[in-house]
Design a protein around this ligand. Structure first.
Ligand code: FCB
Length: 438
């Protein structure tokens, strides 16, 4: 991992941090919010580690002013948050009080000169909806219109969906996430309707005059022989990249989907975006292995084995490999030219220790340092990378892993709800002030 040498980022490069509604807000029954699939799932015994739920989370709903003050102190240029659909349209009925929260949040951010980046869907689907149902895409467009109508005068950058691959293949393929369905046909059906939702939502944002429209994809570089990487790259990456950036499914992916689900894959409007959000955490090392049952999140992957990570992984078990980010950014620039890129998530979970009122998270600093340098290398080779949002501002509810995995630049004590900026936060403040690394 490169750890030295000057890395100056381009002028105007956007440094920020990201969170998501269900992971930080809490206040799940306040001001008319309705249940989401994650409320139902987390309250179902055995689904989330130790029965953790987002009921309180970081209590950001009440403490957002304190959190925005921390962002200002770090010098963040931008903050990526998500809007909770069931706060705005519980049970399908408009709830002004729910939308008011985001109005207050956006005003607070702007007062502190932080640009809001709003994600419309980060996995907390209203509990009465289902991505297997084609109507959900139209409902997403209606919801998008309502939120944009209220916030569009102050929020310039809009992201339709966060990681539709995870919503579809973890939510409906393996069932490790809400709504907890394990069925390959359901996973492909959900993926198709998520892509339709993105397109319809983009149409609405365009019609409303939105400044910048994006979608955030979790992209997974694959390493191994082409006979195994092509399928996994198709399912993890091209299944989303091609429809979003070229308007159609790739032929090999289309043929694969047809083996599992009967879908009208041409029913997919093409709506170009202004910037692609890239979430990068790790790579997949793959090998042919006739004995492998495959992976439930990649239907039809029998005969492909996932190899263990090299080196010391993060607490999530993910390999630390900054060069994967550099290669990913270059690949996107080559295969999908013309779309500016933004890293909308990158970061690491480590077992932080509080000692003498301080978290000396040197592992997280090394992780970020390596990945920032990798991004810088890609920029130097021509990648049009506009910004970098660290996951996450705060320790938070890490989905099926509950509160055990801490990704924050800022520690949250889940008893007292006190915030404590970690050493990585102080380090990041210097990176931002200097617009690079020494
Ligand atoms: C991504 C999610 C985000 C967070 C990180 C660790 O897949 O978008 O909410 O859980 O992983």
């Amino acid at each position: 991992m490169p750890t030295s040498g000057i890395a100056d980022f381009p002028q105007g490069f956007v440094w920020g941090a990201a969170t998501a509604s269900y992971q930080i807000e809490g206040a799940v029954r306040e001001d008319g919010r309705g249940p989401s699939i994650w409320d139902v799932f987390s309250h179902t015994p055995g689904k989330v580690a130790d029965g953790h739920t987002g009921d309180v989370a970081c209590d950001h709903y009440h403490r957002y002013r304190e959190d925005v003050a921390i962002m200002e102190d770090l010098g963040l240029h931008a903050y990526r948050f998500s809007v909770s659909w069931p706060r705005v349209l519980p049970g399908g009925t408009f709830n002004a009080a729910g939308l008011d929260f985001y109005d207050r949040l956006v005003d607070e951010l702007l007062a502190r000169r932080i640009s809001p980046i709003a994600t419309l869907y980060h996995w907390d689907l209203p509990a009465e909806l289902d991505w297997r149902n084609p109507d959900t895409a139209a409902k997403f467009a209606d919801y998008t219109e309502i939120v944009h109508h209220r916030l569009g005068d102050r929020v310039a950058t809009w992201t339709t969906l966060n990681e539709p691959w995870v919503s579809a293949f973890v939510g409906y393929g393996s069932g490790r996430h809400a709504p907890g369905v394990s069925d390959p046909a359901a996973a492909f059906t959900a993926a198709h309707h998520l892509l339709r939702a993105h397109a319809l939502g983009t149409q609405v944002l365009r019609a409303g005059g939105a400044g910048e429209v994006s979608v955030t994809l979790n992209l997974l570089p694959t390493v191994g022989d082409p006979e195994v990487t092509t399928l996994i790259d198709g399912l993890a990456n091209r299944l989303f990249l091609d429809p979003v950036l070229r308007g159609t499914y790739p032929d090999d992916v289309r043929a694969h989907i047809a083996k599992f689900a009967d879908l009208d894959m041409d029913d997919l409007p093409f709506e170009p975006i202004d910037v692609l959000g890239v979430n990068y955490y790790t790579i997949a090392r793959l090998a042919a292995d006739p004995a492998s049952p495959g992976h439930e999140e990649y239907p039809g992957s029998e005969g492909i084995a996932w190899l263990p990570p090299h080196g010391v992984p993060t607490e999530m078990g993910w390999e630390v490999i900054p060069s994967g980010l550099e290669q990913l950014l270059l690949r996107l620039s080559r295969d999908y030219p013309g779309t500016p890129l933004m890293i909308t998530e990158n970061g690491a979970a480590y077992d932080d220790v509080v000692k003498d009122g301080r978290v000396a998270d040197t592992d997280r600093i090394a992780f970020l340092d390596g990945h920032f340098r990798a991004a810088h290398n890609a920029i130097q080779q021509g990648a049009d990378l506009r910004g970098y949002l660290v996951w996450s501002l705060l320790d938070n509810f890490e989905w099926a892993r509950g509160y055990h995995k801490r990704f924050g630049l800022v520690r949250v004590d889940y008893e007292s709800l006190e915030r404590l900026p970690k050493d990585s936060a102080h380090w990041y403040r210097e990176v931002i002030a200097r617009n690079g690394l020494d």
